[in-house]
Design a protein. Sequence first.
Length: 159
Amino acid sequence: MQKINIICIGKIKEKYFADAIAEYSKRLTAFCKFNITELPEEKLRGDNASEIAGVIAAEGKRIAQKISPSDYVIAMCIEGKQLSSEELSEALQSLAVIGRSTIDFVIGGSYGLSDEVKKRADLRLSMSRMTFPHTMARMILSEQIYRACEIAANGKYHK
């Protein structure tokens, strides 16, 4: 069974997002081993470019520690490739066929992902050219992973 992880910075504060993510997590147990790893958000001491770069680097190091060398890494970033739900489903199926058993989706903090994490990524994926709060992005990503699994199983969820 494929293992799908979401590695992200920060905790969900809004109950409605947490409830939605919990529901998709529960539904995903029928298709994969699904896990969300929340890493602490780095505190910003100043608002200058070097402080922000330090935050991005520190968060990137913590993210990198959670990624195994054999994992297939998908970095969620605005400059990434956009896929339809069907294309995401096909990509996840293709990875399973070639034996990639662990897939890590990575969502950075509010200032984005470090270059280190982006370079490690096998795929850079964008949900949209629009900007979403990271908690909403996590909920949308959870839903899209579930939708991709339902598409692969010819389920009725995807219309």
